[in-house]
Design a protein around this ligand. Sequence first.
Ligand code: FAD
Length: 495
Amino acid sequence: MTGPSAKLQVVIAGGGTAGWMTAAALSGTLGAAIDLTLVESDAIGTIGVGESTIPPIVLFNRLIGINEAEFMRATQATFKLGIKFENWKDVGSSYFHSFGTTGKDHWSAGFQHFWLHGLTRGHDQAYDDYCLELKAALAGKFAHLPDDRMNYAYQLDSALYAAFLRKRAEKDGTKRIEGRIAAVELDGASGDIAALALDGDRRVEGDLFIDCTGFRALLIEGALHAGFDDWTHYLPCDSAIAVQTASVAPPIPYTRAIAHDAGWQWRIPLQHRQGNGIVYCSRYLGKGQALDRLLASVEGEVLTEPNVIGYRTGARRKQWHRNCVAVGLSGGFMEPLESTSIHLIQRAVLRLIRMLPSGPVSDRDIAEFNDQQFADMEQIRDFLILHYKVTDRRDSPFWRQCAAMPVPPSLEQKIELFRETGRVFRKNEELFVENSWVQVMMGQGITPQRYHPIAAKLLPEELESFLAMLRDGVTRTVANLPAHDAYIAQYCAAG
Ligand code: FAD
């Protein structure tokens, strides 16, 4: 058995959200056990979007020792309890994908089976009435509850988050170099990356390189040609425009995703402003039309120039190739419909820490990392496609294309199994749990044809008291919660 021989020299290329999350996690976890350098270029800048997150970020921040109130002050963050999807099933309808658990599952059958049985017995209360996070979100309320009973994430200013992480990473020993990467030098014998050549004749050598250069993917693709799987045929949107506006109302504890005839728009409320954007398919909507539509719909004074972003949906075929790991946009991109990109950064970084080499990079580690990271991306891809595929919308060429497109067999199995039986199974640490799939599948318009027979085992009075107890628990808890904005003010002032 051998331990580390010499200190591992790790070089992070790029300092956006991906670069600084990677640096903060590596230096916060390993400190002086590795030698960590980050190269970034202020002149090139970052993508400047990425504000809505999902609950695992709370754990990520805790893992690297972040004080939550300090983080919320520094990033102007608000709490997020889920996403409200408007106009997705059809124009005028809406549903909520909350971060909570709806009702109470039995080990053999999720709560939806009991709720569906209830419908046949005349219990017509909405499925939503059984979810604490959902009802709290729509009431504009939030508080931390004992035992983490309220499951939440954040809506944050991504530039401020990167700056906040940078401070921590530098304090924990990360060396930052300002400069433009002019070339990536390969070792002639091994084909690995040997060094980054920076402007001004500087060179940064390393053992392991982490590509956080965003869509440019300078190392993983530019130098190492890892390859790219294009998923545009499943997720046809390819463009986005973002603008920031002044707040016109207290921030709500959820993100809005509002579909239009060629994509959708987001609204992300922060403490100090609102993030807005439009995502669209350029085949069906021009840039000018998209911008007009966005600007016509925002509320509040526009604070920034429109940030126009073109993208290609898909994943780098090898997320880790030779001595280079892609983290963030360099590893691939799927639209921000379920706020999953920052999460993929987190998954990659924590996975990398688990597989950090203690000598020469092992091909086994690389294969394992790639398998796991790619599986994460495919599962998220399937979940996103669901929103487009299962819909009653046929009002535009875009939605007709979505309804007609073939979907991956993995997704088709999930949809049809749910349609026939009401069942959803979570496989291999999949990010989205059963209740997430149920909320979105029912929200998009699927009502299962059957439910598990165990639900019918309850006597009518048992079913009634079970459902009433769950609903009352939600109603009482929500009634006692403070308003979201008041809670943030008090929490940030005290922490
Ligand atoms: P970037 O921010 O582009 O950073 C790249 C870094 O590399 C920069 O520091 C740059 O200076 C540096 N660099 C590049 N080339 C060079 C060079 N030659 N020399 C030196 N340095 C260089 N994610 C979410 O989780 N939630 C969301 O709500 C969300 N919304 C999004 C909306 C849109 C429209 C898009 C496109 C993305 C969204 N994302 C979202 C994704 C999120 O923005 C990214 O995952 C996140 O910002 C990470 O980006 P990055 O750090 O990989 O890349």
